[in-house]
Design a protein around this ligand. Sequence first.
Ligand SMILES: Nc1ncnc2c1ncn2[C@@H]1O[C@H](COP(=O)(O)OP(=O)(O)OP(=O)(O)O)[C@@H](O)[C@H]1O
Ligand SMILES: [Mg+2]
Length: 432
Amino acid sequence: MAETRSGDYTDGMATVLIVDDNEQNLYMLRILLETHGYTVESATQGAEALEGALARPPDLVISDILMPVMDGFSFCRLWKADPVLKSKPFVFYTATYTESRDEAFALSLGADRFLLKPQDLDRLLGVVGELLTPIKSKTEPTSEEAEESEAEFLRNYNLTLFRKLEKKVAALEAANKALQRDLVLRQELERQLVQAQKMESLGQIAGGIVHDFNNVLAVIGSMAALLSLSHRHPSPTKDGIDKIQEAVKMGGGLARQLLAFARKQDLTMESLDVDALLKETLPLLVASLPKTVELKLVLDGGLPDVNADAVQLQQLFLNFVSNARDAITPPGKVTIDTASLELDRDFVKHRGEGQPGRYVRIRFLDTGCGMDAPTLEKVFEPFFTTKEPGTGTGLGLSVVYGIVRQHRGFLQVSSALGRGTCFEVYLPALPD
Ligand SMILES: Nc1ncnc2c1ncn2[C@@H]1O[C@H](COP(=O)(O)OP(=O)(O)OP(=O)(O)O)[C@@H](O)[C@H]1O
Ligand SMILES: [Mg+2]
C-alpha cells in the first residue's frame, strides 16, 4: 500500500501534518501513519501548524477542531486562503460534540473530508491514500463558497464554535459532578471500612475476653459445686449456691455461643430444627436487649427441618433483634414466632422468586418506631442506615439478605411509622 502512495511523490514519501492538542491522539496517528510509510510532522494547534507548513508545505493535513490559540476552523480557512497550501488536502478528524451542521461548515471552508473519532483506522488510511493520489483531483471550493463574505464566515464560525464549546463545557460539568459523587461515595466507603475493621478487631478481642470469662466461670462453678455438696439440705445458703450454679450455667452457655460465633468461618449446612436453635440462642438474644424490652418466643413446635448453617441463622436472629432494640423506646416487646407453611404457585408468582412448596417461616415483630416508605425501600441495601454516624454500619440487614439467599429462602418486610415492624424469613423445608 505504502508503495503505491510513495510512487506519487518524487522523494518517495508523502508528508502528513497532524494537528491535535491531545498528546495521545498525536502519538496514535503518528504511529499509524509512519508504519504505513508516511513521514509525519505534528503541531498542537493551528497557528503553530500554519507557521511550519508555510516554511515546509506537507502533502496533507489532518486536524482536530477544538484546540487552544488557533482552532481547526480558523486554521482551515487560512490554509485554503494560501496559494500554495490550498492545493494540499485538508482533513478534519474530530471527536464528539459534532453534528451535521459542523461538517457542512467545515466543508464550506474548503475542507476535503470530515471524519469522526474514533474512526476505523483502515478507513482513515484509505481516505489519506485517496486524497494523496493525484488522479483524483480534489474538489475545488465552488465559486459560491469562495465568495462567501467575511461576515457570513464569522457568523457561521462563531455559531459553530460556540455550539461545540457549550457542549464540551456541559460534558465537563457532568464529568465533574460524577467525580464529586464518586469522591463522596469513596469517602463514605472508607469510613465504613474503618468501622468494619474496628468491629472485626473488637470481635477478636471479645473472643479472648470470653475465653477468660469462661475460665472464671469454671472456677466459680466448681467452688459452688463443692459448697453445694456440704449444704445438701434446703437453707438460705443452699438457695444462694443453687442460684450461683444456675447463673454459671447460663453464663457458660452465653460464652460458648459467643466463642462459636467469633470462631466460625466456614459454612456448615446441616439438617436443623429452627425452634430448637431459637431456644438455644434465647439467652444471647435476651442479653442483647435491655431489661425493659420483653422478648417472646412463640414456637410452632412441630416444624420440619431446614438445611441451614446454625451460626449464620443465629447471626440473622441477632441482627433482627438488635435492629428491634434500636427501634424501640422502652418499654417494648419483640416477638419471634415460627410456623410451617405451604406456599402455592400464586404466592411464589406474586413474589417473583422461589419455588412453590413447604417453607418454615420465622417472623420478627417489634413495637418499635416503624419505618416510612422510603426507608422501607432501602432497608436491605448495603450501607443504608438511618443511625447516627459511628452507631450503625448499615450492613446488618444486607448480611441478613445474603444469609437468606444462601439458604435459598426469601424475605418480606412490612412496617409503618409508629406501627412497629415485621420481618418475615422464609426458608425451604426439607422433606420429611
Ligand atoms: N426493626 C426495625 N425498625 C425500624 N427500622 C429498622 C428496623 N430494622 C431496620 N431498620 C432500618 O433499616 C436501616 C438498616 O438496618 P441495618 O441493620 O442494615 O443497618 P443499621 O442497623 O443501621 O446498622 P448496623 O446493623 O450496623 O447496626 C436502619 O438504620 C433502620 O433505619
Ligand atoms: Mg442493624
